[in-house]
Design a protein around this ligand. Sequence first.
Ligand code: ADP
Length: 458
Amino acid sequence: KTSNYDVVVIGAGGAGFSAAITARNAGANVVLLEKMPAVGGNSLISGAEMNVAKNWVQPKLGINDDSPELHAQDTFKGGDGKGDMKVINVMTHEALDAAKWCRDYLGVRFEDDNLFFFGGHSRKRALIPVGHTGTEFIAKFQAKADELGIPVITNMKAEELIKDKDGRVVGVKATMDGSEYTFNAKGGVVLATGGFGANPEMVKKYNPKIDERFKTTDAPGTTGEALYMAERAGAELVNMGYIQTYPICDPISGAIELIADARFDGAIMLNQEGKRFVEELQRRDVLSEAILNQTGRYCWVLWNDKIGSISNTVKAHANEYEAFTKQGVMTTCDDLKCIADFTKIPFDQLQKTVKRVSDMAGKGNDKDFNHRSGLVDMQQGKYYVIKAVPSTHHTMGGVRINEKAEALTAEGKVIPGLWAAGEVTGVTHGTNRLGGNAYTDIIVFGRIAGEAAAKAAK
Ligand code: ADP
């Protein structure tokens, strides 16, 4: 079966939806292909916080000195200088416009009075969607796609990019239930297929250190075959060995523990001996490495109501609270004795650590690990504790793009008709993606790619 479109977008996560909606609004006849039975990808299960310098919440929190330049520097530095500054600058400078598009055009609701302060950032700048997950975004994306009449075809797996005799990408070969389909794309194809964190063989191939012991936080469709598809079409894959493990995940399933985001408000990380061992707001790679160096390769995240009341993660993630408590990964206690009994951390040391943390509460007082936003008094319960291990989370590598989201060859030449956006790309985050940058990345470059592909069809 063959059908003709102006623009074909592959992958219905945040990048793909942004591209498809933008292409449609630029006048293109567009289709969105998704290999899984449901849309959303990693974008759906993500915490979905979005870094935006100079956002509308910052002044309410007294933050008036942020800038896209600072955000770009943090991103570049957070990736150990391996990111492409031209691309990063586009991301940080377009972030506010992208967030307003989400808020005002898509109707995404953000918390009005709170931000997340992810590791590696020099300013608190991550907008928080209502519910603290990607559900808010994906629901609004889907509603807008419906409103605009964009066909979103699930169970349709892109297998091969089609090139014409001049080397331009002009379509996609796909399969559904073993049948073949051809989607011609007059303007071109946007690749928005996400990463490969849920493909253990591919992860190990590019980074042998991340072996079978690691589970993954990722959506099951995050298996990366489309990267090879791009490679066959001439795109260069770069930075493929840079694979991020998320430090705080469920030891049983590998799922991310969003409930432990209380860490951003002061929750502490303890080893089995009951000692802190790292600054809790460090980069994800640093935290993961630190956890793997502790007894049993895991840690405990501990917080009390005083910390919990700030972002209310227990309430925001009521489903996690129930599931993790039932599984025995997490518990809630009135006092530290009960926490010690549950975790088998020596009670003496636990008391000592909590006392020391409480004595050092307040910004600038942490003599042990220099907690950047300040420790919180933890002498009073209730207490919450959860066991955590790192699991594979985000693959920084992928298709090499330029600042226009055009896919490039190893020689740096643009592949006509091929754009890429989101986790499938490989030049924004360097060695290590900072928290809250994925959503900024997918929306900014999804929109750029969609717009350009639509223009090319004219
Ligand atoms: P991003 O955050 O970059 O948007 P996501 O993981 O949210 O990435 O979304 C990528 C989507 O692409 C997922 O829903 C995934 O199932 C889908 N996908 C991956 N490979 C293919 C493919 N070959 N054909 C169609 N869809 C794909």
